[in-house]
Design a protein around this ligand. Structure first.
Ligand SMILES: Cc1cc2nc3c(=O)[nH]c(=O)nc-3n(C[C@H](O)[C@H](O)[C@H](O)COP(=O)(O)OP(=O)(O)OC[C@H]3O[C@@H](n4cnc5c(N)ncnc54)[C@H](O)[C@@H]3O)c2cc1C
Length: 466
């Protein structure tokens, strides 16, 4: 365990020389604001918040922190759900809100160059104006690209396009000692040595600070449509997924919602969805460049659903109808948070194991006498189990919660699944890492961390303890 230095008056002055006084704060309200993410983890205030505007400033801050053993926590929008952005040892928060420029949209190479503080919703809006699409689509659109890269964020389009990692072509990053490195680039192929870029993607801000990214784009399909299909059971709903794919239609998204989630979305949004009377629902998104392509995909996917237990197939073709359905799916975390105190597990199991996972999760809910609502990216096997506090006292709930999280993760692992599909290990799930990857891989990860960060100053205490 490192004996970390403190952000003394003289160190604060040196930070002001790098970034200017205006962009540094140790005001109590700022320390509170930057002390936590969206997880249930209690806050961990930093000693100071610093907002650099360039890679040179980030490099100088890291060099100063490295020489003085000051812990540094990079932060995007703090929308993470695993405590990864909590400054658990105090020190410096490095906030990227000023490094928020889309530097270039390169239509010839179909790539964009961005600073880490760009919000995912702004990147989508700007690229779509040019008829291009950045496919990763995590539900929280106010998250940053830096945060998305560092958690290898997923989202609803994962089943067709993959996740953030699949679209990162190049990174500029700053090592914990302040050295600036460039990884990858606009070249499509690269077979030149170890792919260090893949170590940094998903490393939750523990190996290097991302200061610029080159991201791959694709042509934006001209038309989209959505199917909303009720079923009598989760098992019926999920078994349709491989059937649609077998019929050569690859939806860009297949989302699963139980009836409880549909009713909760209706209550939160104060409007009705096309149907709320059945036990399980699929939301199936198709896309294409012509209306006939869309009609064909809707017909094939709709037929597959109706032949396999779907009770109806509501089609949303207009932008407004589609937006309203997506809004219902995407509001669920906020909806549950507004009605209950919640935590969540984002297990990812092989697609065909979703019904087994959901059935086991329902038994766990009953045994522990709490509410678990399983909402799924059914197309890729990533199930978000929202665990909601009922009438129990808070202390009792926290105890039951820990047991419930343990049990859900055990079920996921027993089905060949993961600890986290897209939110990361961070602070809240680090005790589970070894259960999935084993001792040898954890040791390898620790060795890699020591090579990048021998003083253990960059986001220490995340993913594992050194
Ligand atoms: C309602 C809701 C829905 C969500 N839906 C999804 C979803 O569908 N898919 C999904 O994957 N996630 C989802 N999330 C989780 C969250 O939005 C993602 O984890 C997102 O990637 C976090 O981005 P951020 O900018 O908020 O990062 P933060 O929470 O601020 O940070 C996350 C991690 O990234 C590191 N980091 C941030 N910036 C940098 C940088 N420049 N350099 C190095 N490290 C950095 C931090 O140190 C931390 O480890 C959801 C969250 C909410 C609240």
């Amino acid at each position: 365990m490192v004996n970390y230095g403190r952000v003394t008056f003289s160190l604060k002055k040196r930070l002001e020389d790098i970034v200017s006084e205006k962009y540094i704060s140790d005001a109590p309200e700022d320390l509170e604001k930057y002390s936590k993410d969206e997880s249930l983890t209690p806050p961990h205030p930093p000693e100071i918040v610093v907002k650099p505007v360039s890679v040179e400033e980030v490099s100088a801050i890291m060099k100063l922190a490295y020489e003085n053993f000051i812990p540094v926590t990079p932060q995007g929008s703090r929308t993470g759900l695993s405590g990864a952005a909590h400054p658990i040892h105090g020190g410096i928060v490095l906030s990227f809100e000023r490094m928020n420029k889309i530097i270039e949209i390169d239509e010839e190479n179909m790539m964009t160059v961005v600073e880490p503080g760009v919000l995912i919703m702004d990147l989508h809006a700007e690229t779509e104006k040019k008829g291009l699409l950045y496919p990763p689509d995590p539900g929280q659109e106010s998250g940053t690209i830096g945060g998305n890269i560092s958690t290898n964020a997923g989202g609803v389009r994962g089943m067709k396009y993959g996740v953030t990692r699949d679209f990162v072509q190049g990174l500029e990053a700053v090592l914990p000692n302040g050295t600036i490195i460039d990884l990858g680039g606009k070249n499509v192929k690269n077979s030149t040595g170890y792919e260090l870029i893949d170590l940094i993607i998903g490393s939750e801000g523990t190996l290097a600070v991302v200061t610029k990214a080159i991201l791959r784009l694709i042509p934006k399909p001209r038309h989209t449509a959505l199917l909303y299909v009720p079923f009598n059971s989760t098992r019926d709903a999920v078994k349709v997924v491989p059937e649609i794919i077998k019929r050569k239609v690859i939806p860009f998204a297949i989302e699963y919602m139980p009836q409880h989630a549909v009713l909760t979305a209706e209550k939160y949004l104060e409007r009705r969805l096309p149907d709320n009377e059945h036990s399980a629902y699929l939301l199936i998104g198709v896309e294409g460049n012509s209306e006939s392509e869309i009609d064909n995909s809707l017909e094939v996917a709709g037929e597959a659903c109706l032949e396999m237990g779907g009770l109806d197939a509501f089609v949303a073709e207009t932008q407004t109808q589609q937006q309203q359905l997506w809004e219902a799916r995407k509001c669920l975390f906020d909806a549950y948070k507004s009605f209950y105190e919640i935590d969540e597990v984002d297990a990812c199991v092989p697609r065909n194991k979703i019904p087994d996972y959901v059935e086991e999760a329902e038994k766990i809910a009953e045994n522990n006498r709490l509410l678990i609502v399983n909402i799924g990216h059914a197309g890729d096997g990533n199930v978000h189990s929202i665990i909601a506090k009922g009438e129990t006292e808070r202390e009792e709930w926290l105890k039951v919660l820990e047991k419930t999280v343990n049990e859900l993760i055990s079920v996921s692992l027993s089905l060949g699944g993961t600890v986290s599909g897209e939110h990361g290990v961070g602070y809240t799930k680090k005790n589970y890492l070894e259960l999935k990857v084993g001792k040898t891989q954890v040791e390898l990860m620790k060795m890699i961390k020591r090579v990048f960060d021998p003083n253990n100053i960059l986001n220490p205490g995340k993913v594992f303890d050194l």
